[in-house]
Design a protein around this ligand. Sequence first.
Ligand SMILES: Cc1cc2nc3c(=O)[nH]c(=O)nc-3n(C[C@H](O)[C@H](O)[C@H](O)COP(=O)(O)OP(=O)(O)OC[C@H]3O[C@@H](n4cnc5c(N)ncnc54)[C@H](O)[C@@H]3O)c2cc1C
Length: 443
Amino acid sequence: MSEAMPRVVIVGGGFGGLAAAKALRKSNVEVIVIDRQNHHLFQPLLYQVATSVLSPGQIASPIRGILKRQRNTTVILGEVTGVDVERRRVFVDSMDRVGVAVEYDYLILATGASHSYFGHDEFEPFAPGLKSLADAVSIRNRILQAFEQAEAEEDPKRHDDLLTFVLVGAGPTGVEMAGAIAELVRQSLRSEFRRIDPTSARIILVDAGKRVLGAFPETLAAAATRRLEKLGVEVRLGHGVEHIDADRASVAGEHIASKTVIWTAGVAPSPAGTWLHAATDHAGRVRVQPDLTVSGHPEIFVVGDTASLDQDGRPLPGVAQVAIQQGRYAARLIRRRITGQAALKPFRYFDKGTMAVVGKGFAVLHSGWVNLSGFLAWMAWAAVHLQFLAQSSLRVSVFVQWVWTYLTGQRGARLIVNYHESRSWAKPSIQDAASKGGNGREQ
Ligand SMILES: Cc1cc2nc3c(=O)[nH]c(=O)nc-3n(C[C@H](O)[C@H](O)[C@H](O)COP(=O)(O)OP(=O)(O)OC[C@H]3O[C@@H](n4cnc5c(N)ncnc54)[C@H](O)[C@@H]3O)c2cc1C
């Protein structure tokens, strides 16, 4: 479209999109990053916001701020709703306009994933998933409100369902959430209530699989299970959830009375495949070529959670490192094309390893031949996660909070915040005040 400077439009300022944008900073291209959120979110620490360790501002940064020194890059807050592959443009709904066409020479789609309820979308209102900051704050509210509601309830018989937390899905997010809720109730909340004993709370982790952390080696899964059980988490494997409503979750015919069910199971990709009318895998992720482009469209790249690519006969996992490495690869390939250099070798993911935390001071780590569990793995987990936060100010703030929480058990953001405007019922209007003799109080 443009004569001199080719334009690269990147949809999504998550791990993949941001990595691509940064890799293009010295290139002779115009970069436009479009995201429906104004911030880049560090999803691996979302569970710590949901369990009150960190506050939202400690795991997210404005995309505009991260890219402020990148003169060739413009950031647009807007939601992409479709792609016209023939005329090379995307359609964007922004704050006050609908369907604005933004043209591109190269397009990188890095739109991530959302929750999948495996065909049971009716569970969603009762079992929220954890994907965004809003989800994390909403889950934090639910967990903390359950304790407040139980404390206000005089009848002890009605405490049980309020203090039963069910987590559906024993992958890394479910395991991390379960461990963090256990620490919350046994450490931070234990001495603050009078009518209830927070340590009596039940935390139940359910999965249809035969073990927790299915993607980890068996020894690490067993170590994580032992640790969870030591923290008081009930691990129930081999049966999926059959039903969820406002009062219960049903597993293997048993009705577990619970007011707080959290969905930590499946993910569904963004609708990028529908926009492109491209081939997708069984989960709906766009099948990409070995160079991450879409078949028949060498100018369109799809990276990260919304792309599907096999390596050594197995699909690449939906993790941050895949998205980052793919984002960088797409940027390098675009640079080479523009400068007339030879194409790159097909994309190859370099697996640096996977980790999951199970409560305070304990993690499991799998990297190549190394399988580690315990405190050392937790130190490695902490170092890696600090390193990958988007800005140095966040690294300092999260590090200080972790040390504080580790030493004192106190959490950084144990707040119930419902995001609606404050009500004015406590403040009478000027007219009311005048009619009641000036100070607004009933005479
Ligand atoms: C709770 C949780 C814990 C996780 N823990 C780990 C972990 O410990 N280690 C690990 O490696 N991975 C972890 N992951 C997975 C990891 O976060 C993802 O693999 C990674 O974020 C994928 O990067 P991405 O760029 O594809 O998508 P994302 O990082 O999700 O970014 C997608 C971006 O696209 C934007 N977007 C989406 N649709 C549109 C649209 N239509 N228009 C405009 N913008 C749009 C979104 O706002 C978002 O900013 C975790 C994920 C979750 C949810």
